[in-house]
Design a protein. Structure first.
Length: 253
């Protein structure tokens, strides 16, 4: 058994699921707190500032998406939020990721898969905090600046309201201009875990990022899709013509 001092907040109105998650998390050495409604979840999260929040999409009067939105506006802006959902709630998951959720896992899930995903998100956050402490060179392209000291992105001088995951996604792509990243590799670099064959989380985050960074998200200038391969960052619009000719089809997902 490995030991952690990490704290996880479980938000679910089904006691059996909460008990099961708590059991497996505690076996791995996590400190676990639980809430069965949105109001308690928000209060606990802002008080405890846990290392990660496991948030069920459907928790009654105030759903998980509203809770996520509230947390992102408070003290929990950079705490990983992992949605737990049923397969029938795909539309809700897309909404949840758009409101600042980092990832999701679908019921029924194996406890070992859940623990692995939780560890990966916490590890990624700690790695990010350590790299922020170091002196990292900012990235500058014509009209676009990525500031690692303040974790801000500015487009033509205007600050973009990016989530943590959107910032990390843009950073990975922008550090390697023109390189095509396969979906699985990009997921692994940003989420620090295997996608287990489900890259929808990544695609939703790319879509949300485009809405904020692109003048026309249906005709992306910065982040392009290379059909059948993945995504790449184009730093110079003049290179886009060459890229289009080379790949024949560059279209947004």
């Amino acid at each position: 058994m490995t030991h952690h001092t990490s704290t996880v907040l479980v938000v679910d109105d089904e006691q059996e699921i909460t008990d099961l998650i708590t059991l497996y998390m505690q076996r791995e050495g996590f400190i676990v707190h639980a809430a069965d409604n949105g109001d308690d979840a928000i209060q606990l999260a802002n008080t405890l500032l846990p290392d990660l929040i496991l948030l069920d999409v459907s928790i009654g009067r105030m759903d998980g998406i509203e809770v996520c939105r509230s947390l992102r506006e408070g003290n929990c802006a950079d705490i990983p939020i992992l949605f737990v959902s049923c397969k029938s709630e795909d539309r809700d998951i897309i909404r949840g990721l758009s409101e600042g959720g980092d990832d999701y896992i679908t019921k029924p899930f194996s406890p070992s898969q859940l623990v692995a995903r939780v560890k990966a998100h916490i590890r990624r956050r700690r790695t990010r905090e350590k790299s922020t402490e170091k002196q990292v060179e900012n990235i500058n392209y014509p009209g676009l600046e990525i500031d690692y000291r303040t974790l801000e992105v500015r487009l033509n001088g205007d600050k973009l309201p990016l989530s943590v995951k959107e910032f990390e996604l843009l950073s990975v792509l922008a550090k390697h201009p023109n390189r095509v990243f396969p979906l699985e590799e990009l997921y692994r670099l940003v989420w620090n875990a295997d996608s287990m064959g489900d890259t929808r989380t990544l695609m939703v985050h790319v879509s949300n990022l485009r809405k904020k960074i692109e003048q026309d998200s249906s005709r992306p200038r910065w982040i392009q899709t290379v059909r059948g391969f993945g995504y790449r960052f184009i730093p110079d619009p003049d290179e886009q013509l060459v890229a289009d000719e080379f790949n024949a089809q560059v279209t947004p997902i």
